[in-house]
Design a protein around this ligand. Structure first.
Ligand SMILES: Nc1nc2c(ncn2[C@@H]2O[C@H](COP(=O)(O)OP(=O)(O)OP(=O)(O)O)[C@@H](O)[C@H]2O)c(=O)[nH]1
Length: 189
């Protein structure tokens, strides 16, 4: 776990904050944070986007914060997404709060098979309004859409909540990859 912004542990050796190289391989950089309750699938969502893989089996909760970079092209512009994967567990909140103010975009996830994770979205939005930049781009995502047999949150409920807060909404699956890239491309755009 790391306690100070810019000093996070990395999985793939990318540095979170570096001087621009002589000929950067991107046109602009965007800091994106993944937020939501523990277990909603934030880490899997990021790994699916970065590596096109799904880690099934044991659930290893994120400790503190971690990040990965990926460059996407939107309307001919190469955007480096620096994606911060935060720990959903309450005890890491003070660590993750320190990163909110640097984020330009937030992907806020709940699990469509977990009612509490949906009900907690309002509390997450309160935290976001307290700690993030006022013009931060927010997107609401109902993850684990592949597990239709265990669904407890209807798509309409996600849409209604998103509309109430004026944010876009998608249902996603970190397992099948459904709408994962689309979510990142939408916020990059
Ligand atoms: N079926 C299904 N399972 C998923 C999906 N996304 C994640 N999971 C599973 O849900 C569990 C939690 O996933 P994580 O990605 O570790 O959750 P997290 O939100 O990063 O949790 P914290 O790090 O504690 O905040 C794991 O067992 C995953 O395999 C999904 O889209 N579909």
């Amino acid at each position: 776990m790391t306690g100070t912004p810019g000093a996070a542990a990395t999985r793939d050796g990318d540095a979170p904050e570096r001087s621009p190289p002589c000929s950067p391989s991107y046109d602009l950089a965007l800091k994106v944070m993944l937020l939501g309750d523990s277990g909603v699938g934030k880490t899997c969502f990021l790994i699916q986007f970065k590596d096109g893989a799904f880690l099934s089996g044991t659930f290893l909760a994120t400790v503190g914060i971690d990040f990965r970079n990926k460059v996407v092209t939107v309307d001919g512009v190469r955007v480096k997404l620096q994606i911060w994967d935060t720990a959903g567990q309450e005890r890491f909140r003070s660590v993750t709060h320190a990163y909110y103010r640097d984020a330009q975009a937030l992907l806020l996830l709940y699990d469509i098979t977990n009612k509490a994770s949906f009900e907690n979205i309002r509390a997450w939005l309160t935290e976001i309004h307290e700690y993030a930049q006022r013009d931060v781009v927010i997107m609401l995502l109902g993850n684990k859409a592949d597990v239709s047999s265990e669904r407890v949150i209807r798509s309409e409920d996600g849409e209604t909540l998103a509309r109430e807060y004026g944010v876009p909404f998608l249902e996603t699956s970190a397992k099948t990859g459904m709408n994962v890239e689309l979510a990142f491309l939408a916020i990059a755009k």
